[in-house]
Design a protein around this ligand. Sequence first.
Ligand code: SAM
Length: 520
Amino acid sequence: MSQQPGRGERGSNRHPDRRNTQGRQRNRGGHGENRGPRKFSQSAPSQRSRRADPARLVAFRVLRAVALDDAYANLVLPHEIRRAKLDKRDAAFATELTYGALRAQGTYDAILAQNVDRELDQLDPPVLNALRLGAHQLLAMRVDDHAAVNETVGLVRDQVGTGPSGLVNAVLRRVGEKSLDEWVAQLTAEVGELDALALRYAHPAWVVRALRQSLKLHGRGEDLEQLLQADNLAPEVHLVGLPGQLQPSGAESLEQALQAGARPSELIDGAAVFRGGDIGRLAGVREGALRVQDIGSQWVARALAEPAVSPGERWLDLCAGPGGKAALLGALAAEYGVHLTANEPAAHRAELVQKALAPVPAEAWSVRTGDGRTIGELGTQFDRIIVDAPCTGLGALRRRPESRWRRQLSDLAELTVLQEQLLDAAVGVLAEDGLLAYVTCSPHVAETLVQVEDALRRHSDLELLDAHEVMTDVALPAGQELLGSRPAGSSEVAAKTVQLWPHIHGTDAMFFALMRKAES
Ligand SMILES: C[S@@+](CC[C@H](N)C(=O)[O-])C[C@H]1O[C@@H](n2cnc3c(N)ncnc32)[C@H](O)[C@@H]1O
């Protein structure tokens, strides 16, 4: 690989919350080892590198796309890495830099604001993005200080022009004068506990508040810091081998994944955990019988689909895009001789659902492209329905580094109305004695417990089942143990529903409620 000037050792994937507490004397290892006080280049910024380092340029491009086009970093990054033809090591560096700078953006902005002589929103957006990248290298990566500053200045000269390079140089030098812990200590000296946690763990304060409330109501009030820490770690890759008589078989594909280094899930059957490695090279993934899917998602889909199925049932996935749960439900539907309708309003996402279901025998499923609120137009009653509702996604912050800063508290109002309407539409097409699963990848109380309580109030013919029991039934022993006991003194809805957590279950923070429509 090409030797990057002074980049230092890469790949620590560390985050602000997990950094050492040794202050300025930290050993950064590798050829960029830095054991003493920080050293910066003596040459003026204008005399330094004009060329942007390709890995840093990739990170810069992704941050620009996220800011300007509302792009998702996890979708843009692989494309930019391919475009720049980065080798494996540079790709890992670009990934850590991109995700780290995006995830900790709020914390870095607070630090930068201490060192810039104007409001941050008065800086050119590309300059601010470059400063965030520089801050992440200085404060959370094993990169030599002078390389972090010089390369960021070079990036700015190459991509923005020489004008702002002096400012970038000066600001980053000041940022590099303290460790992250020292900056956080300074910034949190006079703020309340919640704001201090928000800064330390790089979450917006309203998100910390929402997570704290949800943890409390689920009897885990002590866990807040652990959860915030878990949100900042890259998730492991979870795989599902689709069940049933598929060609090729999901079970065989899963076996191949295990031989390639994956380990079987301890929580549920048919799942595996893959750590480091290119999943694209697994034949099963290319052929579709082996899919990447969070184990929490698999777990709730199985909990709806496994209990006492009768052939000929009709199932509905009301919010199916991009098709993760639909693929698993479709494969189970084919196995049990039932039919799945997968509904999704966004045409491009409905296409993804079609693609996800492609390995499943076609007679077992169909896709409807339409608004879930109009599902009654089909004139069909369904025996099992999953409403995997559009939500804030606060339970999947590990996966989408930028999402915590993009989401606003005000989004909740619109989303909770939509969730309510989708639940009502689902109840309208639920057959007597039929099962309705309500799922979110958010633990926000307004999207979870409150939605279920309100739905039960609006629909007196709905009965809340014990989702805890159903999820325990489809879990392996370790999964049963991890589900644990119900929170003491919680409401009936909290006791009968399940909230998974990244720091406990290693899954997204999925919420699962199961209801049945009474026979009249
Ligand atoms: C949380 S995602 C579903 C994830 C999916 N079940 C899976 O496992 O891959 C929510 C989905 O709801 C869709 N959606 C948004 N508005 C909707 C509506 N009015 N009716 C039905 N689905 C909607 C979104 O496009 C999105 O694909």
